[in-house]
Design a protein around this ligand. Structure first.
Ligand code: HEM
Length: 211
């Protein structure tokens, strides 16, 4: 089970890296789609109740979306040529797209053309992880715009790889305004969920020891 404090740090770090340009706001949909957050939570909680593994899927989907061109839902864009982000090797094992689609369809019925897919992904990550705690674990500021550009080449070069050595990972995180501590915290969080390469794990442990 993920610890709330780590989850909060994760949310903080990702927000730090991606919210500067977008000018996100707490009540972004208050007038245009007041029930938007509730709709997302209801649908996400329904799905997670039947499939608890979805929390990990949405968290990872959000992370991979944010790492390429910011949190702009460019991870969702399809292409016949299979040259968009979702077809890049690091993204082939992502999941949860169908649920995001469900949420978007419902919101389109309620408030056509208002709620961005980028905000839906951010809320889905928060709500799926929060489900087991029966409350929202962190606030998600809203107002992200959906991007129209999505390139698999960018996902391949920007998303951290399990084969990266520590300095490469530090470099990749630095490009997103995330520092070594962010990397360590996010990696420890991640390590609770899945395996980590030995070299990387050693490097992370060394940094923790130095602090
Ligand atoms: C620090 C660099 C990172 C590397 C190199 C990395 C790499 C990977 C790899 C190789 C997998 C296995 C994928 C598969 O099953 O095919 C994975 C899974 C996962 N990663 Fe990361 N990751 C990193 C950071 C993160 C961060 C920061 C998060 C959270 C925001 C995250 C969330 C997850 C989750 C939740 C899974 C499991 C997904 C599932 O169960 O389907 N990872 N990661």
């Amino acid at each position: 089970m993920m610890k709330p404090s780590l989850v909060l740090l994760l949310a903080f770090s990702l927000a730090l890296a991606t919210s500067v340009a977008a000018k996100l706001q707490k009540d972004f949909y208050k007038k245009s789609c007041p029930q938007a957050e509730q709709t997302v939570q209801t649908i996400i909680w329904k799905h997670v109740a039947g499939n608890p593994e979805l929390a990990a899927k949405f968290l990872r989907l959000f992370f991979h979306d944010c790492f390429v061109r910011g949190c702009d839902a460019s991870i969702l864009i399809d292409s016949k040529a299979k040259d968009t982000e979702k077809f890049a090797a690091p993204n082939l094992s992502l999941a949860g797209f169908d649920v995001i689609e469900d949420v978007k369809s419902e919101l389109e019925k309620e408030c056509p053309g208002v709620v961005s897919c980028a905000d839906i992904i951010a809320l889905a990550a928060r709500d799926s992880v929060s489900y087991q705690f029966h409350r929202s674990l962190w606030e998600v500021k809203l107002g992200r715009r959906d991007g129209k550009i999505s390139r698999s080449s960018e996902a391949r070069t920007e998303i951290p790889s399990p084969n990266d050595d520590f300095s490469t990972l530090v470099g990749r995180f630095a490009k997103k305004s995330l520092d070594v501590k962010d990397l360590v915290v996010l990696s420890v969080l991640r390590e609770q969920r899945s395996e980590i390469t030995p070299t990387f794990a050693c490097a992370v442990n060394a940094v923790i020891d130095e602090d």
